[in-house]
Design a protein around this ligand. Structure first.
Ligand code: HEM
Length: 377
């Protein structure tokens, strides 16, 4: 997963460098992030990637996914009251047209060739192989279900593209955040190598910036239904009761956060002690063969790291139905965001343009531009 994230981020940086070489105005960045995110997902899950600059069908499909992502994040009354469906006919027809275009693309450009080449006996190469094998092995599963699952998982890329756009927006709003991220990146890579997933533990402020964006943007409510009679904090909950996790309250309440309205990635950081090997074998720092212990000496060092398991921070929910895409989201977003930060300074023409809805990770398909200014290493 990490290799794919780095590979696609390097491709993205090349595209962005080509654009900024000839253009000194702001860039319509979002569609570029979205095609990169889709290539990350299709490359990782299906071993297929597309020409993000010249493949018009690919770009159109990525746009459709983004439009759908925006729509499903709006929270219409229809989501809770299905009998309103006739009043939403035009809206539903639009979604249905986008979906069928997406389906034909996925069938013709990803699935059909693989079905012909599938080696039933051989090891699974990727997620798509696994899905197609289930189809062969389990007669109760039909092809439509498999294609639907694949579409759904590939569609997850929209959350990555939108989240990275929100992270870059946060940097454009607050140059101090950008300065701290760049200091962290430069200290580690010296601008001489690409960022990889393995760097995540050494870039806590960068990761914390992604988490702070998620705190502000993650879904306000997560609905569940009690499957049995239960008691929560002394309150009786009858089987069948709808229970909402109120993420909005959890993410914005002063009970849980200092100055919750402030954008501050450092709220996700803590100092921890790590054991490090000392270069030298004896305390004086001068090696002496006679005094050399059997193992090299270790000392404790304090470092910043990202707080894990904050009980009130549940952007991906918790329990049996927790989000199964969370590792993909956090991995891909981190590598893409850090890679862009390594190579560019981020700015906006007018901070007023950077509008985003609270508790919503989606931005409209057509949204504001950002400035990318190449950095000199
Ligand atoms: C910013 C990105 C994302 C956020 C904040 C997010 C958040 C969530 C939340 C809150 C749930 C509900 C869990 C519950 O009912 O308790 C969920 C479920 C789910 N998510 Fe995500 N998600 C994200 C991206 C993704 C991606 C990229 C994928 C797939 C590639 C994905 C796949 C799923 C699936 C399949 C479920 C249903 C799990 C189940 O019901 O067992 N999500 N997600």
């Amino acid at each position: 997963m990490g290799d794919v994230a780095t590979f696609e981020s390097i491709e993205l940086l090349q595209t962005l460098k080509n654009i900024t070489r000839t253009l000194d105005s702001s860039i319509n960045l979002k569609p570029i992030l979205m095609t990169t995110a889709m290539n990350m997902f299709s490359h990782y899950m299906c071993n297929v990637r597309f020409d993000a600059e010249n493949d018009e069908d690919f770009k159109r499909i990525v746009d459709h996914f983004d439009e759908i992502f925006w729509e499903i994040n709006q929270g219409y009354a229809l989501d809770f009251l299905p009998w309103l469906q006739p009043f939403y006919k035009k809206h539903l027809d639009k979604l249905s047209n986008w979906s069928s275009d997406i389906r034909s693309f996925i069938l013709s450009r990803i699935v059909e060739q693989r079905e012909l080449d599938l080696d039933i006996e051989g090891p699974e190469k990727d997620f798509l192989d696994g899905l197609l094998k289930v189809l062969h092995e389990d007669p109760t599963v039909d092809r439509n279900t498999i294609i639907f699952m694949l579409e759904d998982f590939l569609g997850g890329h929209s959350s990555v593209g939108n989240l990275v756009m929100l992270c870059l927006t946060a940097v454009a709003r607050d140059p101090e955040v950008g300065r701290k991220i760049r200091a962290e990146l430069d200290g580690l890579t010296k601008g001489k190598r690409p960022v990889t997933l393995l760097d995540r533990h050494s870039l806590p402020y960068t990761e914390a910036t992604v988490l702070e964006c998620l705190r502000y943007a993650s879904s306000p409510i997560v609905p569940h239904v009690a499957t049995e009679n239960a008691a929560i904090s002394g309150y009786g909950v009858e089987k069948g009761t709808i229970v909402f996790i109120n993420n909005y309250e959890l993410n914005t309440s002063e009970e849980y956060w200092n100055e919750p309205e402030k954008f501050d990635p450092s709220r996700f950081l803590e100092k921890t002690k790590v054991r490090v090997r000392r270069n030298s074998f004896c305390d004086s720092g001068m090696e002496s063969d006679g005094e050399r212990p059997s193992k090299p000496a270790e000392t404790e060092k304090e470092v910043w790291s990202v707080k894990r398991n904050i009980p009130h921070f549940l952007p991906f929910s918790i329990g049996k139905r927790t989000c199964i895409g969370q590792t993909l989201v956090t991995t891909m977003s981190f590598v893409m965001f850090a890679s862009i930060m390594q190579e560019f300074e981020i700015g906006a023409e007018n901070l007023e343009d950077l509008r985003q809805k609270p508790a919503c990770v989606a931005l409209p398909k057509d949204t504001y531009n950002l400035f990318l200014i190449p950095r000199k290493h």
